[in-house]
Design a protein around this ligand. Structure first.
Ligand SMILES: Nc1nc2c(ncn2[C@@H]2O[C@H](COP(=O)(O)OP(=O)(O)OP(=O)(O)O)[C@@H](O)[C@H]2O)c(=O)[nH]1
Length: 379
Protein backbone atom coordinates (compact mmCIF):
# COMPACT_ATOMS: atom_id res chain seq x y z
CA UNK A 1 0.00 0.00 0.00
CA UNK A 2 1.16 3.43 -0.97
CA UNK A 3 1.51 6.00 1.77
CA UNK A 4 -0.20 9.38 1.45
CA UNK A 5 -0.62 12.17 3.90
CA UNK A 6 -4.16 13.26 4.59
CA UNK A 7 -5.48 16.29 6.30
CA UNK A 8 -8.27 15.71 8.78
CA UNK A 9 -11.59 16.69 7.19
CA UNK A 10 -12.70 20.28 7.55
CA UNK A 11 -15.82 21.05 9.57
CA UNK A 12 -17.39 23.18 6.86
CA UNK A 13 -17.53 21.58 3.43
CA UNK A 14 -17.69 23.82 0.39
CA UNK A 15 -21.23 24.19 -0.89
CA UNK A 16 -21.53 25.13 -4.55
CA UNK A 17 -23.63 28.09 -5.61
CA UNK A 18 -26.50 27.56 -8.07
CA UNK A 19 -24.33 29.07 -10.81
CA UNK A 20 -21.66 26.52 -10.08
CA UNK A 21 -24.21 23.73 -10.20
CA UNK A 22 -25.37 25.00 -13.58
CA UNK A 23 -21.82 25.13 -14.89
CA UNK A 24 -21.47 21.39 -14.34
CA UNK A 25 -24.15 20.76 -16.92
CA UNK A 26 -21.80 21.89 -19.67
CA UNK A 27 -19.61 18.84 -19.24
CA UNK A 28 -20.22 16.36 -22.02
CA UNK A 29 -18.98 13.33 -20.13
CA UNK A 30 -20.27 13.29 -16.60
CA UNK A 31 -20.96 9.80 -15.29
CA UNK A 32 -22.89 9.19 -12.09
CA UNK A 33 -21.32 10.49 -8.90
CA UNK A 34 -18.79 8.22 -7.29
CA UNK A 35 -19.97 6.03 -4.47
CA UNK A 36 -18.37 7.02 -1.18
CA UNK A 37 -15.22 5.04 -0.62
CA UNK A 38 -14.28 3.47 2.70
CA UNK A 39 -11.39 5.24 4.38
CA UNK A 40 -8.34 3.04 4.66
CA UNK A 41 -8.28 1.61 8.14
CA UNK A 42 -4.61 0.66 8.06
CA UNK A 43 -2.28 1.65 10.85
CA UNK A 44 -2.69 5.35 11.47
CA UNK A 45 0.05 7.30 13.10
CA UNK A 46 1.25 10.83 13.47
CA UNK A 47 4.15 11.01 11.07
CA UNK A 48 7.49 12.67 11.42
CA UNK A 49 6.70 15.47 9.05
CA UNK A 50 9.64 16.43 6.87
CA UNK A 51 10.72 20.03 7.31
CA UNK A 52 9.68 20.68 3.72
CA UNK A 53 6.02 20.55 4.74
CA UNK A 54 6.34 23.43 7.12
CA UNK A 55 8.71 25.39 4.94
CA UNK A 56 8.62 24.37 1.28
CA UNK A 57 12.00 25.10 -0.29
CA UNK A 58 10.81 26.75 -3.46
CA UNK A 59 7.19 27.68 -3.59
CA UNK A 60 4.56 28.94 -1.26
CA UNK A 61 1.73 26.66 -0.30
CA UNK A 62 -1.35 27.98 -2.05
CA UNK A 63 -3.80 26.48 0.43
CA UNK A 64 -5.96 28.94 2.33
CA UNK A 65 -4.88 27.83 5.76
CA UNK A 66 -1.62 26.60 7.12
CA UNK A 67 -1.24 22.91 7.72
CA UNK A 68 -0.05 21.99 11.15
CA UNK A 69 1.29 18.67 12.33
CA UNK A 70 -1.95 18.00 14.18
CA UNK A 71 -3.90 18.31 10.94
CA UNK A 72 -2.16 15.46 9.20
CA UNK A 73 -2.55 11.74 9.50
CA UNK A 74 -0.65 9.18 7.49
CA UNK A 75 -1.27 5.61 6.56
CA UNK A 76 1.84 3.55 7.07
CA UNK A 77 3.39 1.57 4.27
CA UNK A 78 3.51 -2.08 5.36
CA UNK A 79 7.02 -3.42 5.80
CA UNK A 80 6.80 -6.01 3.00
CA UNK A 81 5.68 -3.37 0.46
CA UNK A 82 8.53 -1.15 1.55
CA UNK A 83 11.15 -3.87 1.16
CA UNK A 84 9.83 -4.83 -2.27
CA UNK A 85 9.91 -1.16 -3.31
CA UNK A 86 13.49 -0.80 -2.07
CA UNK A 87 14.58 -3.89 -4.02
CA UNK A 88 12.96 -2.57 -7.19
CA UNK A 89 14.32 0.94 -6.64
CA UNK A 90 17.80 -0.50 -6.20
CA UNK A 91 17.45 -2.58 -9.36
CA UNK A 92 16.02 0.38 -11.26
CA UNK A 93 18.86 2.67 -10.26
CA UNK A 94 21.58 0.06 -10.77
CA UNK A 95 22.93 1.69 -13.94
CA UNK A 96 23.37 4.98 -12.09
CA UNK A 97 24.75 3.36 -8.95
CA UNK A 98 27.31 1.00 -10.54
CA UNK A 99 29.57 3.82 -11.75
CA UNK A 100 29.31 5.58 -8.41
CA UNK A 101 30.00 2.62 -6.15
CA UNK A 102 32.66 0.65 -8.00
CA UNK A 103 35.14 3.49 -7.82
CA UNK A 104 35.32 3.15 -4.04
CA UNK A 105 36.22 -0.54 -4.09
CA UNK A 106 39.78 -0.95 -2.80
CA UNK A 107 40.57 2.67 -3.67
CA UNK A 108 43.01 4.99 -1.93
CA UNK A 109 41.87 8.44 -0.85
CA UNK A 110 43.74 10.58 -3.34
CA UNK A 111 43.17 13.04 -6.17
CA UNK A 112 42.51 10.14 -8.56
CA UNK A 113 39.55 8.99 -6.44
CA UNK A 114 38.07 12.49 -6.44
CA UNK A 115 38.56 12.77 -10.20
CA UNK A 116 36.81 9.46 -10.78
CA UNK A 117 33.98 10.53 -8.50
CA UNK A 118 33.66 13.80 -10.38
CA UNK A 119 33.39 11.93 -13.68
CA UNK A 120 30.85 9.46 -12.25
CA UNK A 121 28.65 12.25 -10.85
CA UNK A 122 28.75 14.16 -14.14
CA UNK A 123 27.98 10.96 -16.07
CA UNK A 124 24.99 10.44 -13.76
CA UNK A 125 23.76 13.89 -14.84
CA UNK A 126 24.18 15.41 -11.39
CA UNK A 127 25.32 18.56 -13.22
CA UNK A 128 28.30 20.82 -12.58
CA UNK A 129 26.90 22.73 -9.57
CA UNK A 130 25.86 19.68 -7.55
CA UNK A 131 29.01 17.78 -8.52
CA UNK A 132 31.32 20.59 -7.38
CA UNK A 133 29.26 21.09 -4.23
CA UNK A 134 29.44 17.39 -3.34
CA UNK A 135 33.15 17.10 -4.12
CA UNK A 136 34.11 20.18 -2.11
CA UNK A 137 31.94 19.17 0.84
CA UNK A 138 33.33 15.65 0.71
CA UNK A 139 36.95 16.80 0.69
CA UNK A 140 36.22 19.04 3.65
CA UNK A 141 34.53 16.24 5.56
CA UNK A 142 37.36 13.77 4.85
CA UNK A 143 39.82 16.29 6.28
CA UNK A 144 37.72 17.27 9.30
CA UNK A 145 36.85 13.72 10.23
CA UNK A 146 40.31 12.36 9.29
CA UNK A 147 38.80 9.59 7.20
CA UNK A 148 41.35 7.06 6.07
CA UNK A 149 39.67 4.48 3.89
CA UNK A 150 37.45 4.57 0.83
CA UNK A 151 34.49 2.89 2.54
CA UNK A 152 34.33 5.76 5.03
CA UNK A 153 34.45 8.25 2.16
CA UNK A 154 31.53 6.48 0.52
CA UNK A 155 29.57 6.70 3.78
CA UNK A 156 30.39 10.42 3.98
CA UNK A 157 29.17 10.87 0.39
CA UNK A 158 25.94 9.08 1.32
CA UNK A 159 25.22 11.46 4.13
CA UNK A 160 26.13 14.52 2.02
CA UNK A 161 23.86 13.38 -0.81
CA UNK A 162 21.05 12.68 1.66
CA UNK A 163 21.45 16.19 3.12
CA UNK A 164 21.33 17.63 -0.40
CA UNK A 165 18.21 15.69 -1.42
CA UNK A 166 16.20 15.89 1.81
CA UNK A 167 14.78 19.37 1.11
CA UNK A 168 13.15 17.87 -2.02
CA UNK A 169 11.18 15.40 0.08
CA UNK A 170 7.64 16.56 0.69
CA UNK A 171 4.44 14.56 1.03
CA UNK A 172 1.39 15.42 -1.00
CA UNK A 173 -1.20 16.28 1.66
CA UNK A 174 -4.71 15.23 0.72
CA UNK A 175 -7.97 16.55 2.13
CA UNK A 176 -6.80 20.09 2.85
CA UNK A 177 -9.26 21.50 0.32
CA UNK A 178 -12.37 20.11 -1.30
CA UNK A 179 -11.71 19.56 -4.06
CA UNK A 180 -7.95 19.52 -4.01
CA UNK A 181 -7.05 20.60 -7.53
CA UNK A 182 -3.88 19.29 -9.15
CA UNK A 183 -2.76 20.58 -12.52
CA UNK A 184 -0.36 18.24 -14.30
CA UNK A 185 2.05 19.40 -17.00
CA UNK A 186 4.99 17.97 -18.89
CA UNK A 187 6.58 17.39 -22.27
CA UNK A 188 5.21 14.70 -24.62
CA UNK A 189 5.82 11.21 -23.38
CA UNK A 190 7.14 12.19 -19.94
CA UNK A 191 4.54 9.94 -18.35
CA UNK A 192 1.76 12.39 -17.41
CA UNK A 193 -1.20 10.22 -18.31
CA UNK A 194 0.32 7.11 -16.77
CA UNK A 195 1.13 9.06 -13.61
CA UNK A 196 -2.40 10.44 -13.36
CA UNK A 197 -3.78 6.91 -13.65
CA UNK A 198 -1.49 5.60 -10.93
CA UNK A 199 -2.18 8.54 -8.62
CA UNK A 200 -5.92 8.18 -9.08
CA UNK A 201 -5.74 4.52 -8.07
CA UNK A 202 -3.60 5.25 -5.03
CA UNK A 203 -5.91 8.06 -3.97
CA UNK A 204 -8.99 5.88 -4.35
CA UNK A 205 -7.30 3.26 -2.21
CA UNK A 206 -7.07 5.94 0.48
CA UNK A 207 -10.78 6.70 0.30
CA UNK A 208 -10.52 9.72 -1.98
CA UNK A 209 -12.97 10.30 -4.81
CA UNK A 210 -11.24 11.48 -7.96
CA UNK A 211 -12.32 13.44 -11.02
CA UNK A 212 -10.17 13.95 -14.08
CA UNK A 213 -10.22 16.85 -16.50
CA UNK A 214 -9.15 15.70 -19.95
CA UNK A 215 -7.26 18.86 -20.78
CA UNK A 216 -5.43 17.33 -23.72
CA UNK A 217 -7.89 18.68 -26.26
CA UNK A 218 -5.39 18.32 -29.11
CA UNK A 219 -5.42 14.58 -29.35
CA UNK A 220 -8.85 12.99 -29.61
CA UNK A 221 -7.24 9.61 -28.95
CA UNK A 222 -5.81 10.84 -25.64
CA UNK A 223 -9.23 12.10 -24.58
CA UNK A 224 -10.95 8.88 -25.53
CA UNK A 225 -8.28 6.80 -23.83
CA UNK A 226 -8.76 8.74 -20.61
CA UNK A 227 -12.54 8.50 -20.80
CA UNK A 228 -12.48 4.72 -21.31
CA UNK A 229 -9.96 4.38 -18.50
CA UNK A 230 -12.17 6.51 -16.23
CA UNK A 231 -15.25 4.38 -16.92
CA UNK A 232 -13.35 1.22 -16.08
CA UNK A 233 -11.90 2.64 -12.90
CA UNK A 234 -14.85 4.50 -11.43
CA UNK A 235 -13.25 7.87 -12.05
CA UNK A 236 -15.39 10.66 -13.50
CA UNK A 237 -13.77 12.20 -16.57
CA UNK A 238 -14.76 15.66 -17.76
CA UNK A 239 -14.01 16.09 -21.44
CA UNK A 240 -15.11 18.25 -24.35
CA UNK A 241 -15.23 17.29 -27.99
CA UNK A 242 -13.03 20.20 -28.93
CA UNK A 243 -12.02 23.58 -27.75
CA UNK A 244 -10.36 25.20 -24.86
CA UNK A 245 -8.55 23.10 -22.25
CA UNK A 246 -9.03 25.95 -19.77
CA UNK A 247 -12.81 25.55 -20.13
CA UNK A 248 -12.47 21.82 -19.46
CA UNK A 249 -10.54 22.57 -16.27
CA UNK A 250 -13.14 25.17 -15.23
CA UNK A 251 -16.00 22.71 -15.76
CA UNK A 252 -14.14 19.98 -13.94
CA UNK A 253 -13.54 22.07 -10.82
CA UNK A 254 -17.15 23.24 -10.74
CA UNK A 255 -18.37 19.72 -11.24
CA UNK A 256 -16.15 18.45 -8.43
CA UNK A 257 -17.47 21.14 -6.09
CA UNK A 258 -21.04 20.19 -6.88
CA UNK A 259 -20.34 16.48 -6.41
CA UNK A 260 -18.13 17.01 -3.36
CA UNK A 261 -15.34 15.13 -5.06
CA UNK A 262 -12.08 15.06 -3.11
CA UNK A 263 -9.48 15.44 -5.85
CA UNK A 264 -9.46 16.93 -9.35
CA UNK A 265 -6.53 16.16 -11.62
CA UNK A 266 -6.25 18.35 -14.69
CA UNK A 267 -4.36 16.54 -17.46
CA UNK A 268 -2.74 18.83 -20.01
CA UNK A 269 -1.36 18.18 -23.48
CA UNK A 270 2.37 17.50 -23.72
CA UNK A 271 4.40 20.51 -24.80
CA UNK A 272 7.95 21.77 -24.98
CA UNK A 273 8.77 24.86 -22.93
CA UNK A 274 10.05 26.44 -26.14
CA UNK A 275 6.53 26.36 -27.61
CA UNK A 276 5.59 29.72 -26.18
CA UNK A 277 1.95 29.75 -27.29
CA UNK A 278 1.44 26.39 -25.60
CA UNK A 279 3.09 27.67 -22.43
CA UNK A 280 0.67 30.61 -22.54
CA UNK A 281 -2.15 28.10 -22.80
CA UNK A 282 -0.95 26.43 -19.59
CA UNK A 283 -0.90 29.80 -17.84
CA UNK A 284 -4.45 30.34 -19.00
CA UNK A 285 -5.56 26.95 -17.66
CA UNK A 286 -4.09 27.95 -14.30
CA UNK A 287 -5.79 31.35 -14.36
CA UNK A 288 -9.18 30.03 -15.39
CA UNK A 289 -9.04 27.23 -12.79
CA UNK A 290 -8.72 29.96 -10.15
CA UNK A 291 -11.94 31.50 -11.46
CA UNK A 292 -13.78 28.29 -10.58
CA UNK A 293 -12.13 28.10 -7.15
CA UNK A 294 -10.02 30.99 -5.90
CA UNK A 295 -7.39 28.88 -4.15
CA UNK A 296 -6.99 26.46 -7.08
CA UNK A 297 -4.92 24.94 -8.52
CA UNK A 298 -3.52 23.85 -5.18
CA UNK A 299 -0.73 21.95 -6.83
CA UNK A 300 0.98 22.55 -10.15
CA UNK A 301 2.94 19.41 -10.87
CA UNK A 302 5.49 18.79 -13.60
CA UNK A 303 6.08 15.23 -14.73
CA UNK A 304 9.64 14.73 -15.95
CA UNK A 305 11.29 11.72 -17.53
CA UNK A 306 14.27 10.95 -15.28
CA UNK A 307 15.97 9.26 -18.20
CA UNK A 308 16.45 12.64 -19.89
CA UNK A 309 18.85 13.85 -17.18
CA UNK A 310 19.96 17.46 -17.57
CA UNK A 311 17.22 18.04 -20.12
CA UNK A 312 14.69 17.33 -17.36
CA UNK A 313 16.33 20.04 -15.24
CA UNK A 314 15.95 22.51 -18.10
CA UNK A 315 12.26 21.63 -18.22
CA UNK A 316 11.87 22.16 -14.47
CA UNK A 317 13.37 25.64 -14.76
CA UNK A 318 11.27 26.63 -17.76
CA UNK A 319 7.95 25.32 -16.43
CA UNK A 320 8.66 26.73 -12.99
CA UNK A 321 9.39 30.17 -14.46
CA UNK A 322 6.14 30.05 -16.42
CA UNK A 323 3.78 28.45 -13.91
CA UNK A 324 5.31 28.41 -10.44
CA UNK A 325 5.58 24.68 -9.87
CA UNK A 326 4.65 23.23 -6.49
CA UNK A 327 6.01 19.76 -7.13
CA UNK A 328 7.58 17.23 -9.46
CA UNK A 329 6.97 13.63 -10.41
CA UNK A 330 10.14 12.01 -11.75
CA UNK A 331 9.29 8.97 -13.89
CA UNK A 332 11.37 6.31 -15.64
CA UNK A 333 14.12 6.11 -13.04
CA UNK A 334 14.22 2.40 -13.85
CA UNK A 335 17.11 1.46 -16.09
CA UNK A 336 18.51 4.98 -16.32
CA UNK A 337 22.14 5.95 -15.82
CA UNK A 338 21.01 9.53 -15.18
CA UNK A 339 19.45 9.25 -11.71
CA UNK A 340 21.87 11.94 -10.51
CA UNK A 341 19.53 14.52 -12.01
CA UNK A 342 17.77 14.75 -8.64
CA UNK A 343 20.99 16.18 -7.16
CA UNK A 344 21.05 18.75 -9.97
CA UNK A 345 17.44 19.71 -9.25
CA UNK A 346 18.18 19.99 -5.52
CA UNK A 347 21.10 22.33 -6.17
CA UNK A 348 19.77 24.42 -9.04
CA UNK A 349 15.96 24.52 -8.72
CA UNK A 350 14.77 22.74 -5.58
CA UNK A 351 11.15 22.12 -6.47
CA UNK A 352 9.82 19.34 -4.20
CA UNK A 353 9.72 15.84 -5.65
CA UNK A 354 6.43 14.31 -4.59
CA UNK A 355 6.76 10.98 -6.36
CA UNK A 356 9.24 8.91 -8.30
CA UNK A 357 8.38 6.25 -10.85
CA UNK A 358 10.33 3.11 -11.64
CA UNK A 359 8.03 1.28 -14.01
CA UNK A 360 4.61 0.97 -15.53
CA UNK A 361 2.76 -0.77 -12.69
CA UNK A 362 0.72 1.13 -10.10
CA UNK A 363 3.05 0.17 -7.26
CA UNK A 364 5.98 1.48 -9.32
CA UNK A 365 5.07 5.04 -8.37
CA UNK A 366 5.86 5.95 -4.76
CA UNK A 367 6.52 9.07 -2.68
CA UNK A 368 10.09 10.29 -2.88
CA UNK A 369 12.18 9.59 0.19
CA UNK A 370 15.71 11.02 0.12
CA UNK A 371 17.24 8.45 2.46
CA UNK A 372 15.76 5.48 0.56
CA UNK A 373 16.85 6.98 -2.74
CA UNK A 374 20.44 7.45 -1.57
CA UNK A 375 20.41 3.98 0.00
CA UNK A 376 19.41 2.51 -3.34
CA UNK A 377 22.08 4.55 -5.08
CA UNK A 378 25.06 4.10 -2.79
CA UNK A 379 24.57 0.93 -0.78
N1 LIG B 1 9.87 2.30 -17.75
C1 LIG B 1 8.95 3.21 -17.39
N2 LIG B 1 8.03 3.61 -18.26
C2 LIG B 1 7.13 4.53 -17.88
C3 LIG B 1 7.14 5.10 -16.57
N3 LIG B 1 6.13 6.01 -16.51
C4 LIG B 1 5.53 6.01 -17.72
N4 LIG B 1 6.13 5.13 -18.55
C5 LIG B 1 5.81 4.84 -19.96
O1 LIG B 1 6.11 5.99 -20.75
C6 LIG B 1 5.27 6.06 -21.89
C7 LIG B 1 4.67 7.46 -22.01
O2 LIG B 1 3.78 7.67 -20.93
P1 LIG B 1 2.47 8.58 -21.05
O3 LIG B 1 1.83 8.53 -19.72
O4 LIG B 1 1.67 8.21 -22.24
O5 LIG B 1 3.13 9.98 -21.30
P2 LIG B 1 2.43 11.39 -21.52
O6 LIG B 1 3.32 12.37 -20.86
O7 LIG B 1 1.02 11.36 -21.09
O8 LIG B 1 2.53 11.54 -23.06
P3 LIG B 1 1.66 12.47 -24.08
O9 LIG B 1 0.25 11.98 -23.97
O10 LIG B 1 2.30 12.18 -25.40
O11 LIG B 1 1.84 13.87 -23.64
C8 LIG B 1 4.25 4.96 -21.71
O12 LIG B 1 4.63 3.86 -22.48
C9 LIG B 1 4.34 4.62 -20.22
O13 LIG B 1 3.98 3.30 -19.93
C10 LIG B 1 8.16 4.65 -15.65
O14 LIG B 1 8.27 5.08 -14.49
N5 LIG B 1 9.04 3.70 -16.12
Amino acid sequence: MFSFFKRKPKDTPVTPTPAEEAATDTATTAPAPLAPKPVDTGTVRTPDIPAAVAAPPQVEDTADTEITEADIVAVETPAETKSSWMARLKAGLSKTSTNLTTLFVGARIDEELYEELETALLMADAGVEATQFLLNSLKRRVKEQRLTDAAQVKTALRSLLTELLTPLQKPLVLGREQPLVLMIAGVNGAGKTTTIGKLAKHMQAHGQSVLLAAGDTFRAAAREQLTVWGERNNVTVIAQQSGDPAAVAFDAVNSARARKTDVVMVDTAGRLPTQLHLMDELKKIKRVTAKAMASAPHEVLLVIDGNTGQNALTQVQAFDDALGLTGLVVTKLDGTAKGGVLAAIAKVRPVPVYFIGIGEKIEDLQPFNAEDFVDALLS
